[in-house]
Design a protein around this ligand. Structure first.
Ligand code: SF4
Length: 148
């Protein structure tokens, strides 16, 4: 019974739900995750939250319900594999905006395993503050434009 309530469209929830691909194997996926979190910190939780991407193909009803009840859904993917967009679409959720960092802020993907054994650095040394900021601004713009 409680689960059914979670799945109702029109329920009070975050206005926008962002789904991040969050692939930790590369700079692009990590940047996506960090940018989404920065966007939520700036917008506040009434305006936006990050949805649980892995819950969608598992059919976790409270997550699907909250996403369906949101006014807008934005996906943020690091690379052209577009894992977040495809996962959201396969869950039959209505996507408002898709952001792909390699396409939309011209990020170059760096698989982090490549440096193992030949000078691998600390994880944050692969992350550019400027790219996180540009990605965050794009997410905020997508949400603000959608609000008009
Ligand atoms: S979209 Fe690219 S970076 Fe993101 S999880 Fe998928 S493969 Fe990794």
């Amino acid at each position: 019974m409680a689960e059914a309530k979670h799945a109702e469209e029109g329920m009070r929830t975050h206005e926008n739900v962002i789904f991040s691909c969050y692939g930790g194997f590369s700079n692009t996926g990590i940047t996506s995750a960090l940018a989404c979190l920065e966007a939520v910190k700036e917008l506040g939780l009434e305006k936006a939250a990050i949805g649980c991407l892995a819950a969608l193909p598992l059919g976790i009803k409270p997550v699907i319900g909250k996403a369906a009840a949101a006014q807008r859904i934005v996906t943020v993917d690091g690379c052209p594999s577009e894992c977040a967009r495809k996962t959201v679409e396969q869950a039959n959720l209505s996507l408002t905006t898709s952001i792909v960092l390699t396409r939309d802020i011209d990020m170059k993907k760096k698989p982090l395993h490549e440096d193992i054994g030949q000078g691998v650095r600390g994880v944050m040394e692969y992350i550019s503050d400027d790219e996180v900021k540009r990605a965050k601004e794009l997410i905020i713009k997508a949400i603000s434009d959608g609000a008009n």
